[in-house]
Design a protein around this ligand. Structure first.
Ligand code: ZN
Length: 70
């Protein structure tokens, strides 16, 4: 079976077809919304200076599970 990693949290997903993953390429609606939300937020924050911490957050894709408790 093909597998992907959730683009947000990195959780491994097995699927027979993309139809099995309504939130592809995310594992859940939660991850999808968070990811899109962050992206939109980033657009709004574009004029703010990029702090090292923020930069790490942006580059921190695929580093495994991270739960923001949202
Ligand atoms: Zn996920």
């Amino acid at each position: 079976m093909p597998r992907i990693d959730c683009r947000y949290c990195g959780k491994e997903l097995e699927y027979k077809s993309v139809r099995d993953l309504p939130y592809f390429p995310f594992c859940s609606e939660r991850c999808k919304l968070i990811d899109l939300g962050l992206w939109i937020e980033e657009k709004h924050r574009i004029e703010e200076p990029l702090t090292p911490e923020r930069e790490k957050e942006l580059g921190g894709e695929g580093t495994g599970t991270k739960d923001r408790g949202l």
